[in-house]
Design a protein around this ligand. Structure first.
Ligand code: PHE
Ligand code: NA
Length: 456
């Protein structure tokens, strides 16, 4: 059977962007930038984007396009030419993707719940107690008690699974591409609308000042550089089988280099928009509550489900801005979730020669059941653990191993030639330099640092 294909170039880019833009852009990037030098963070961030993000993306797009398979097939074919067995690397990536998929969906479920609460701000004034005690049911029971199943969390998670599986079932063109073409423009419109209102609120500009005020002394801090590289790898969804699967559906004539640049630039542009949105809101909140901005900034789960609801309480027309924010979070999350499930599904299709529908039923069915572990009162604890391990170890290790093998065992220049042959503009020798030296060095430094931190 012929491999499925994207219908249009825009469709592919929107799907890739849909994968890249996720919770990380909204709740991770703004805080990262703020903590690591504000405006000055953009220097290491830009450097990481150019020296690691773009070359890595070109490399994955080329491999998927050339070898036409999900990650295990790509690495297995690649290894064959050299008499090496590399399929395991693909499965390792698929395995990480599967783990991400089952905890990511829990957060999307929470966001769906909060979307419904946001119309009336039914989270009340003590948003901290609401999220942890009432919603997650922590505290009264032991946080490790996995036995307490929470139907009110399981239902929105089931909704998220339904949307994802619908897109995967329907296929590359009719499902994933169509979903991305609706979701991505909608996401940008929602975020721009939110910014458009929030920027005029008192305190919002002070918030932006905090975010963008450059602290150039940080540029000499190694921590800041490793934060920038870590953020880039996480943010672009590279190294987890996703971009390989997506690019395997590209038509023969495709501009790899251009597609990679667009995907990376749109993702990073969206991160900056999120930074403006989040710090605008935080600045307003600090002003309203008479607090210093440093007392209200946060990231991750605490930002999305405790701080933002409290800020929404203070906003004008909270019944509009609140739902807009949470819908944006849901859309950003779902489009990433779809891409992760596609990475796993396509690997299963390749390996077991199953039809899309069969493979998708298998993957989504098992995924759904396993993800229910997060619909218990132990969910948050489990999520923290898994998230920590994925972000700090597994993700970087996966990128590092992929790079070592591709850039050192094989001739990386071949990949560059391949991409250049089918692209309108070509990339030069800097590509090899970045993938052989700069990226692996940065990855190794961050990985060792994280491992040391984990142990101590
Ligand atoms: N890139 C996404 C983000 O920035 C997260 C993600 C990770 C998506 C892994 C897919 C796979 O949030
Ligand atoms: Na991202």
């Amino acid at each position: 059977m012929q491999r499925e294909q994207w219908n249009s170039r825009v469709g592919f880019i929107l799907a890739a962007v849909g994968s890249a833009i996720g919770l990380g852009n909204i709740w991770r990037f703004p805080y990262m930038a703020y903590e690591n030098g504000g405006g000055a963070f953009f220097i290491p961030y830009l450097f990481a984007m150019l020296s690691a993000g773009i070359p890595f993306m070109i490399m994955e797009f080329s491999l998927g396009h050339r070898l036409r398979g999900a990650a295990p097939k790509v690495f297995s074919k690649l290894g064959q030419n050299y008499g090496l067995r590399l399929e395991w690397l693909g499965w390792f990536q698929v395995f990480i993707a599967a783990i991400i998929a089952i905890y990511y969906v829990a957060i999307i479920g929470w966001a769906i719940s909060f979307f419904s609460f946001s119309f009336t701000q039914s989270w009340g004034t003590d948003t901290n107690a609401f999220f942890f005690k009432e919603y997650l049911q922590l505290g009264e029971h032991s946080p490790t008690n996995l036995g307490l199943f929470q139907m009110h969390i399981a239902i929105p998670m089931a909704i998220a699974w339904s949307i994802t599986s619908l897109a995967i079932f329907t296929g590359v063109k009719g499902g994933i591409e169509r979903a991305s073409k609706i979701m991505m423009p909608l996401l940008f419109i929602m975020v721009l609308a939110l910014i458009g209102r929030i920027i005029f609120l008192p305190g919002a500009l002070e918030g932006l000042n905090y975010l963008f005020e450059p602290d150039f002394s940080k540029i000499f801090d190694a921590k800041v550089w490793s934060a920038a590289y870590g953020q880039i790898f996480f943010s672009l969804s590279v190294g987890f089988a996703i971009m390989l699967a997506y690019s395997s559906y590209l038509p023969d004539k495709s501009d790899i280099n251009n597609n990679a640049f667009m995907t990376v630039l749109i993702n990073c542009g969206f991160s900056i928009l999120s930074g403006i949105l989040i710090f605008g809101v935080l600045g307003y909140m600090a002003m309203e509550q008479g607090k210093a901005l440093t007392d209200v900034v946060s990231s991750g789960v605490g930002l999305a489900f405790v701080t933002i609801p409290a800020a929404i309480n203070l906003l004008p027309a909270p019944y509009i801005l609140g739902p807009l924010f949470f819908l944006a979070l849901v859309v950003a999350g779902l489009s990433s979730h779809i891409s992760i499930i596609e990475a796993v599904t396509s690997a299963v299709m390749d390996k077991l020669h199953l039809s899309r529908k069969r493979a998708a039923s298998l993957v989504c069915g098992i995924g759904f059941i396993v993800s229910m572990a997060f619909a218990t009162s132990g969910g948050l604890l489990l999520l923290d653990l898994v998230d920590y391990f994925i972000n700090n170890v597994a993700l970087l290790a996966s990128c590092f191993v992929e790079l070592l093998i591709l850039a050192w065992l094989f001739k990386i220049a071949d990949i560059r030639d391949y991409a250049n042959r089918i692209s309108e503009f070509t990339v030069g020798h800097w590509f090899d330099l970045c993938l052989r030296f700069i990226s692996p060095t940065m990855l190794a430094i961050i990985l060792v640092k994280n491992l040391v931190n984990t142990i101590s």
